[in-house]
Design a protein around this ligand. Structure first.
Ligand code: PMP
Length: 415
């Protein structure tokens, strides 16, 4: 297959048989293996019912499979208790739940939130808004020449004012891995809580929230071979227990009277108002099992191999420049620019050859601005990608030159 995993992996993903070419947009979302599709269909065909309202057998069954999925995620993250796993609709929802939930109790005039200069809008805008609303300051830790958060400069920004740090584990733009354990240790020494955006980490590496000592850790199921519309907020029990629920409603209270104060149920239900996405949680658990069956080490080695192979092959192309140093800490993503060709035009050129990539600013325009780039072309890999996929992208990039496409593409500009 030209990788670490066997060719048979491709047969696990039904969509691959329906499309020609190479899907290299896995950082946006991965395809789903049959095991996940079957788990979702299986849930709706054998257990569908609302949860936590166990007046009948199906209701109890649905609650059981939902809670089993929570246990599976707990195990995958190395969390101490299942109640520390809250199901959300995705990473964006999880970050917002923490920002809303901490709110004015953590921040106010004279305090600060520290984010990194590479954050996705989903781990930037909730903090920016919160800072604006509370009068706190938003500090930004710079990214070094390798495309990682600079530990020294980050540490220099910490201090009694900084109450919370929000940082990504792996950059969705460059695929570089931040030294999150070091960043967390430094933040804790200065008394700050740390939220880690793990959206691009969980697909490629085993994450142990306790070894990292993360206070909050978020990821999305759909980027890790699970379904869209499901995500996870991990949080230390005492911290989650102190969060003000961002959403209130059914399933979160012991009972409401017109006169008494509202009494909320314990975690995790108090943070999961409304009917949960049980099929999503079941699909995520199936995806995590699928990765365990492939072997987490093999998955990581496969994704790392493809990054290194891509960087090597891209070096053969004059006028193509890899941004950052993804080969130093490979994690499934390579971002590049083609001299003189707008990233959107490169994307259109590749699309015309059945190669799917993401191009542009990747929801991180402040980071792209700081790099002095209009955007990049991002190749991102999954377990079903092969060296042949990389070769196809490299061949297509070799002919991506100004004027190399016939359509008068409106975005054509020069870098
Ligand atoms: N953070 C990072 C690093 C991401 O890559 C993404 C998805 N592009 C998100 C957050 C947001 O994830 P979602 O859209 O699934 O909420």
């Amino acid at each position: 297959l030209g990788g670490v995993l066997p060719a048979s992996v491709r047969a696990d993903f039904p969509i691959l048989a329906t499309r020609p070419g190479a899907y290299l947009d896995n950082a946006a979302t991965t395809h789903k293996p049959r095991a996940v599709l079957d788990a979702i269909t299986g849930y709706y065909t054998t257990a569908n019912s609302n949860t936590g309202r166990g007046y009948h057998e199906l209701g109890r069954l649905s609650t059981d499979v939902f809670e089993q999925a929570r246990h599976d995620v707990q195990r995958a993250l190395g969390a101490e208790r299942p109640e520390e796993v809250v199901f959300t609709s995705g990473t964006t929802d999880a970050v917002n739940a923490v920002a809303d939930g901490l709110g004015r109790r953590l921040l106010g005039p004279g305090s600060a939130v520290l984010v990194s200069g590479m954050e996705h809008n989903s781990n930037l805008l909730p903090w920016r808004r919160l800072a604006e609303e509370t009068g706190a300051e938003l500090l930004v830790a710079p990214v070094d020449g390798h495309g990682r958060v600079d530990v020294e400069k980050f540490t220099a920004l910490l201090g009694p004012r900084v109450r919370l740090v929000a940082v990504s584990h792996v950059s969705n733009v460059l695929g570089t891995v931040n030294p999150v354990a070091e960043l967390i240790a430094a933040a804790h020494r200065h008394g700050a809580l740390v939220l880690v955006d793990g959206a691009q980490a969980v697909p490629h590496r085993t994450v142990d929230v306790r070894a990292l000592d993360a206070d909050f850790y978020c990821f999305s199921a759909h980027k890790v071979y699970g379904p869209m519309g499901t995500g996870v907020l991990y949080g230390r029990y005492d911290l989650l227990d102190g969060l003000r629920p961002a959403r209130v409603g059914g399933g979160t209270v012991k009972g409401v009277s017109a006169t008494e104060p509202v009494r909320y149920v314990p975690l995790p239900a108090r943070l999961e108002a409304g009917t949960p996405n049980v099929a999503g949680a079941v699909g995520l658990a199936a995806a995590l099992r699928y990765l365990d069956d492939l072997g987490r080490d093999a998955v990581r080695a496969h994704d790392e191999h493809l990054v290194r192979y891509a960087v090597r092959r891209l070096a053969e192309l004059p006028g193509v420049r890899v941004v950052g140093s993804p080969e130093e800490t490979p994690s499934g993503i390579v971002s590049l620019v083609v001299d003189g060709v707008h990233p959107y035009d490169v994307g259109a050129h590749l699309d015309g050859r059945d190669i799917a990539v993401r191009c542009g600013v990747h929801c991180a325009s402040t980071f792209l601005d700081s790099l002095g780039l209009l955007g990049t072309v991002r190749l991102s890999f999954a377990v079903y990608n092969t060296e042949a996929d990389v070769d196809a992208a490299v061949d297509a990039l070799a002919t991506a030159r100004p004027g190399s496409w016939t359509a008068d593409h409106p975005t054509t500009r020069f870098l």
